[in-house]
Write a protein that binds this ligand. Structure first.
Ligand SMILES: O=C(O)COP(=O)(O)O
Ligand SMILES: [Mg+2]
Length: 262
């Protein structure tokens, strides 16, 4: 029996084909955004509606998929702060090009000042669009069916707020696969901290070294490594806009379908 953990001297890195027997798993924790569901368009629509609710210079700015892909994964609060800062910096740069030296300019703290209003607006818009512009990645359902058929316990662990995660899984017909779903607000700290993984393992009744994490980013991999869970990364996700193979993992798969023996 081979157990893959932090201490494994030779991590398995099999492109596009994974034999789950090598992991001796009793449970699997699956990330949501970028791993099971492509939610970038939901984020874009909600963020752009939120920007439209704010005063100048925010109302005249929009974000696109590529920008959101770099910012998503560390929770909604982080995403929102990053977008506000990005837009504010962009407009400050434009202002300073036209700057004639006559005003001091006190717009640097605008993101902080507008955050409470932006947060309320963003949550309202995200709740309204949640799932409408999102799609389940190919192979996800087949992979989950297989994991369930193996008798494995499944948890969804995301940095998305729990209520949004549950509603999204339900809207996409994936909720029935999961024994547990935890969001970024479920624990005191979010991924990449190991706490959410350790707490999820405990809730599943599965020890970390037998609990496989499947994710799309360095957040998932770092949290899994620190918790002592083996980790597989999907190659089609977001990973903050960085190449996924630069992130250390036990394997990389281009679809959850690769979990099924050929
Ligand atoms: O940052 C988010 O909102 C969600 O990210 P995750 O599902 O990849 O954890
Ligand atoms: Mg993710």
């Amino acid at each position: 029996m081979r157990v893959v953990s932090l201490l494994c001297p030779q991590p398995i890195k099999t492109l596009n084909s994974i034999d789950l027997n090598q992991f001796d798993v009793s449970a699997v924790i699956v990330d949501l955004d970028g791993t099971m569901i492509d939610t970038l368009d939901d984020f874009c629509v909600a963020l752009n509606r939120m920007l439209g609710d704010l005063p100048a210079p925010f109302a005249s700015h929009q974000v696109d998929r590529a920008t959101v892909a770099q910012l998503v994964g560390k929770g909604s609060e982080h995403l929102l702060k990053s977008v506000l800062t990005l837009v504010s910096n962009a407009s400050l740069a434009i202002d300073s090009e036209a700057y004639d030296g006559s005003t001091a300019g006190n717009e640097a703290d605008l993101p902080d000042r507008l955050y409470p209003q932006a947060w309320a607006s963003y949550q309202r818009h995200y709740r309204a669009v949640n799932g409408q512009y999102a799609r389940v990645f190919p192979g996800v359902e087949a992979g989950l069916v297989y994991l369930k058929a193996r008798g494995l316990k499944l948890a969804c662990l995301t940095n998305k707020p729990t209520a949004f995660a549950r509603a999204l899984l339900q809207a996409k017909g994936l909720d029935g696969f999961f024994d547990l779903t935890f969001g970024g607000d479920a624990f005191a700290r979010k991924k990449p901290d190991p706490l959410p993984l350790l707490a999820t393992c405990a809730a599943l009744g599965s020890v970390p070294r037998r609990t496989l994490m499947i994710g799309d980013s360095s957040n998932d991999a770092q949290a899994a490594r620190a918790a002592g869970c083996p980790v597989l990364l999907v190659t089609y996700g977001y990973n903050h806009g960085q190449p996924i193979r630069d992130v250390q993992a036990d394997g990389y798969i281009d679809s959850l379908q690769r979990l099924i023996p050929a």
